[in-house]
Unconditional design. Structure first.
Length: 373
């Protein structure tokens, strides 16, 4: 299933093999065994879920951030404020894959005691697919809501604007479905598409969706270079180098949600709302609710399961496409990709091998790692 020999424009590799390779890359670069594994599993997990924009394609960018001193290994969250049912944590610009898990653990521990908890996390490295943190909370039986911003990552033009002022600012809501099939996981960037999806389009030679980008004059475009500018060969694309911008989803509604994320995830936590500068980092404000604590006997578990299934049973507009609820597409993608492998553009695949080259791995060793099962 793994293929390091040339094909047309796509490589299929196993999740296990790619996890082994990325783990080795980050371990060789300086992460300890647990952290390198957490980074790899999170990134590959995003690809498995069908969110390639937050997955493997990020490896070169992470390594570059470490090299520039903008992200650091071996960081743990520091408690800045402790109010019992709420806490403010500082990530010290560590890896989001490690810090995100720690922040969730803080939230679940406090919500178990108080029924609800509010956790502010500031100065975290890229937190990856935020849906992964809602899934972690759901598996423990907790509802969670997450507002996230990306400080110093001006990518999105506000509604009616022609220049960047906001980050892609994701919002995520997770509701466990203990009596039914599949938790509710609503996870989306407030931009029309995530920046990483434009990066995937750039690397695959495909066009990003229409209506997702504007050029320097505020006019619609499907050219990824509007976001990245010219990308010299062998360099990591910089989404802040172009003169165009992403657009918010849903016109004024998405723009308003993005602004809310900047204020809650950025300003309120002290991580900083986005603006000019180098060295991006995430801020996240999370709310955790112990679902059973709100059940006075009304049977919330059955109510959640019944309504989710009622929505799924809606007559589809296209008989070939059954109605799904948030979380279903990711579960479907994961099952398919575990079975048939991860599809990667050749450029993305080669960028991972180049990353391995950069930390001193040889191609024979990388090939062996990709054969892991």
């Amino acid at each position: 299933m793994n293929d390091m020999a040339p094909t047309a424009d796509q490589v299929i590799t196993s999740a296990a093999g790619m996890t082994a390779l990325i783990t080795r890359i980050f371990a060789t670069d300086g992460a300890d065994d647990r952290e390198s594994r957490e980074i790899a599993e999170n990134l590959v997990g995003a690809n498995l879920a069908g969110h390639d924009s937050h997955g493997i394609v990020r490896v070169p960018r992470y390594l570059l951030a470490v090299k520039r001193g903008q992200m650091h290994y071996a960081k743990t969250v520091e408690t800045v404020l402790d109010g019992g049912a709420f806490a403010l944590l500082d990530g010290g610009l560590g890896f989001g894959q490690t810090l995100g898990r720690q922040a969730v653990e803080h939230g679940l521990e406090r919500a178990a005691k108080h029924g609800v908890a509010v956790i502010g996390l500031r100065r975290a490295g890229h937190l990856g697919r935020i849906g992964a943190w809602a899934e972690l909370a759901c598996r423990a039986g907790y509802v969670s809501v997450h507002f996230v911003n990306v400080a110093r990552s001006m990518l999105v033009a506000p509604f009616g604007g022609a220049e960047r002022r906001m980050s892609t600012a994701p919002i995520t809501i997770g509701v466990p479905n203990p009596a039914g099939e599949g938790d509710f996981i609503l996870d989306f960037a407030t931009s029309k598409v995530a920046e990483g999806k434009v990066l995937v389009a750039l690397k695959s030679g495909k066009l990003p969706p229409a209506g997702a980008l504007v050029d320097a004059d505020g006019q619609p475009t499907q050219d990824p270079l509007a976001l990245y500018g010219e990308v010299p060969p062998g360099t990591v694309p910089n989404p802040r180098a172009g003169k165009g911008a992403l657009l918010a989803m849903g016109d004024h509604k998405g723009s308003g949600l993005a602004l809310a994320c900047e204020l809650l995830g950025g300003a309120l936590t002290g991580s900083g709302a986005t603006g000019p500068g180098e060295g991006i980092h995430n801020g996240m404000l999370s709310i955790y609710i112990f679902a059973k604590a709100l059940d006075d006997g009304h049977g919330y578990a059955a109510a959640v399961a019944d309504y989710i299934e009622y929505v799924r049973q809606s007559r589809p507009a296209d008989p070939a496409k059954p109605v799904m609820v948030p979380g279903d597409p990711e579960r479907k993608a994961s099952a398919e990709r575990l079975r048939s492998g991860l599809p990667l553009s050749r450029e993305t695949f080669e960028s991972i091998l180049a990353a391995g080259d950069g930390v001193g791995l040889d191609r024979a060793e990388m090939s062996q790692l990709l054969e892991a099962s």
